[in-house]
Design a binder for this molecule. Structure first.
Ligand code: GAL
Length: 690
């Protein structure tokens, strides 16, 4: 066992493949931050407890799993949270409809509530059997009860977990050897922190990235975009970022990366108008390069041997290809003010409806094959598009449809074409186990209730995105109302618009709190959004919760789905307060909550200082947030805001302030600033004891 960093061990078997997430990584381990997490100096799994052998298929690994352990992770798993007893295939899939492991972002990493994590360093479609099978003979000594054999399907074949101490079996095809990384706790949360710090730390988005996002209808033309942009500002509806969908280009499937002058005549003027109104602009694209694109000729010999949608698949694992792609984006878009790109379709085909992506047997000039490329492409694409932003010294944040191992530092949030609201909530719960961010985006709504419930989830999520590419005329538009897709929007236009607006404002009031949570992600690796079990690993009531999550250190969010007028919420140990009414709740209990349509169950831990900003319509580089600090409880803990310019990478060189808020019943609130950032982004206006 080799010590890689404080609390992280590596165990090597045989000769691993040349291309793995670790061998191809471009991020650095955050060794300094790892030093701050206490280590027992002992690998959480001993070498003698790991069995590995070569098989005809590749390599077979067996890791111990104690009877009472619960296992989580494997990337963005949209169909289950607790993975104990399940089988998961680490295979990228653009339409992951079933609980097979297939995902936009599968990751060969899991964590246990016993307080450790395991990462298998491979790009192969590895299969994990999480305690689902016992070794031959193990059941011989078991005491069988007199239970009658069931006759229903569920009794006969239902989901059953093998009992007692067992194993996690990992089947890694094709390889001759493997590296296994083990992450110490002591608790699950620290194990995840270590994995994120090993990955390079969590991302700190630009402050504007945490504001409201709006992607326009797919058929929108210049005029529509301008009208919408005008309406938002006139009606004081907060929006930071405007996203333009595929139609901005002359060719989109595959991409030409050239503005279409018919739909967007004199697009520079349009962009200037948007920038003047303080919008950031984000462009949709994917990475398949159309023959009419200026980057087609230089990329041709640097691409895979099969086309996708008549375009090249550039081999972004080759520096030369990456630079051509990144520099084109730098010169044509980033230097002209574009602040991000939505990276679509870098996931594999869906295996259900069509096979549009490149085959697994593809070959790439870097030596990667199609299987490895599918599990790596999301990461490579994120790195490539991040490059121009690093070059100009300005941070970005955007969306991506595929990601993978060691990806926590990339400034991208995952999304999907799946659209079940419950599944979307589960994504928020799950992504945090594996260094990923997920957006439960609003795309369509079956009714105004559905629209409002979905907006409520999105404003209490990592990324407040309304991806309205399927809503031609949403309720915040005053024009062409007869084109509304839903009569109800039309009838109640003003009422619904005002509810939406108030919800957007709630998001804007949370920005300083969220920014501080993301600073914890960057420095300490603590996921800003995470399952309750990560903070309460010994509370069995949290083990299977897939519809509530932690937001930052002190908030529990429990979204409602359309049709539900009430729901059960489990509040873990401690005392809690209703975010809206401040009502008291005792922990370790389940409550039935019945909020009205405008509210969603959100709870704040007692003894929290919660700074809420006066909502702004957008976050400019000069925005100063006016804060009202809500004081929940009599002895609140100190709260630290993270203050920097919100846009550059200077914070990486230590240019930031820690703004400490504290409360004493006698002297009331005090603010203490330390650090070397000369500006001020926060002004504390009032303290409110609640
Ligand atoms: C899909 C993507 C959607 C939208 C659409 C436009 O692939 O997931 O969010 O961008 O393309 O064609």
């Amino acid at each position: 066992m080799e010590v890689v960093a404080n609390g992280i061990w590596k165990y090597r078997y045989g000769i691993p493949e040349k291309h793995t997430p670790v061998s191809l990584r471009t991020t650095e381990i955050k060794k300094d931050s790892l030093q701050h997490i206490k280590s027992m100096g002992k690998s959480p799994i001993l070498k003698e407890d790991i069995s590995i052998k070569k098989t005809l298929r590749g390599v077979l690994i067996e890791l111990p799993l104690k009877a009472e352990e619960q296992i989580y992770g494997f990337g963005l798993q949209l169909h289950s949270v607790n993975q104990t007893g399940r089988k998961k295939v680490i295979r990228v899939n653009s339409d992951p409809v079933a609980d097979t492991g297939d995902s936009h972002a599968p990751v060969p990493f899991y964590v246990s509530n016993a307080g450790y994590g395991v990462f298998i360093d491979t790009l192969r479609y590895a299969t994990f059997y999480v305690g689902s099978n016992l070794r031959k003979g193990k059941s011989e000594t078991k005491k069988f009860d007199e239970k009658k054999i069931g006759t229903s399907e569920i009794e006969l074949y239902g989901y059953q977990i093998a009992e007692g101490d067992r194993n996690v079996i990992v089947d890694v095809p094709f390889v001759e050897g493997i590296d296994i990384y083990l992450f110490e706790g002591p608790n699950m949360r620290e194990a995840v922190q270590r994995y994120n710090l090993f990955s390079g730390g969590g991302v700190l988005p630009p402050a504007w990235g945490l504001g409201m996002w709006y992607r326009a209808y797919s058929a929108a033309e210049r005029e529509d975009i301008e009208r919408l942009a005008e309406t938002f500002r006139n009606d004081h509806i907060p929006v930071d970022v405007f996203g333009i969908e595929p139609g901005w280009q002359t060719k989109a499937y595959s991409c030409s990366f050239i503005w279409d002058n018919n739909r967007f005549p004199e697009h520079e003027q349009m962009l200037k108008g948007l920038y003047d109104k303080q919008y950031r602009v984000n462009l949709w694209e994917h990475l398949f390069v159309h023959p009419t694109s200026p980057i087609y000729p230089p990329l041709k010999h640097l691409s895979g041997d099969y086309e996708v949608w008549e375009g090249l698949v550039p081999d972004l694992a080759m520096k030369e290809a990456k630079d051509i792609f990144a520099n084109y984006h730098l010169e044509q878009f980033v230097e002209k003010g574009i602040s991000g790109f939505k990276l679509d379709e870098c996931d594999n085909s869906d295996f259900v409806h069509s096979s549009w992506s490149f085959p697994e047997v593809s070959q790439f000039p870097s030596g990667l094959d199609g299987e490895q490329m599918h599990n790596l492409l999301g990461n490579l694409y994120q790195e490539t598009i991040n490059q121009p932003f690093k070059q100009i010294g300005k941070r970005t944040l955007s969306q991506v449809r595929s990601s993978g191992a060691l990806a926590s530092s990339y400034p991208f949030v995952l999304y999907s074409d799946l659209y079940d609201h419950k599944v979307f909530v589960r994504g928020v719960v799950n992504a945090g186990f594996s260094g990923l961010l997920w957006v439960p985006e609003v795309r369509q709504a079956s009714s105004s209730e559905d629209l409002i419930r979905r907006i409520q989830t999105v404003i209490f999520s990592p990324h407040a995105l309304l991806n309205c590419w399927r809503i031609p005329n949403p309720p915040w538009m005053q024009v062409d109302r007869e084109k509304n897709i839903n009569g109800e929007f039309h009838e109640n236009f003003e009422h619904i618009r005002d509810i939406c607006k108030r919800l957007f404002e709630i998001r804007m009031s949370l920005i300083p709190y969220l920014y501080a949570s993301f600073a914890n992600y960057y420095f300490k690796g603590i996921p800003p959004f995470r399952a309750l079990v990560m903070d309460y690993p010994n509370d069995p009531n949290t083990y299977d919760i897939d519809d509530q999550y932690m937001m930052g250190e002190s908030i529990v969010v429990a979204p409602l789905i359309t049709g539900e007028t009430s729901r059960c919420v489990y509040l873990p140990k401690g005392n809690w307060r209703d975010f809206w009414t401040h009502e008291h709740y005792e922990g370790e209990k389940t409550y039935r909550i019945t909020p009205d349509l405008e509210r969603v169950p959100v709870f704040v831990k007692e003894n929290t200082l919660l700074p809420l900003a006066k909502p702004v319509q957008y976050i400019s580089d000069e925005t100063v947030f006016a804060l009202n600090v809500k004081v929940f409880g009599d002895a609140p803990e100190e709260m630290h805001l993270f203050e920097d310019d919100g846009i550059s990478y200077d914070f990486e060189k230590g240019v930031y302030n820690k703004v400490s808020l504290s409360w004493d019943p006698k002297s009331n609130g005090t603010v203490h600033r330390t650090g070397n950032y000369s500006g001020k982004r926060y002004q504390i206006i009032s303290w409110e004891k609640v």
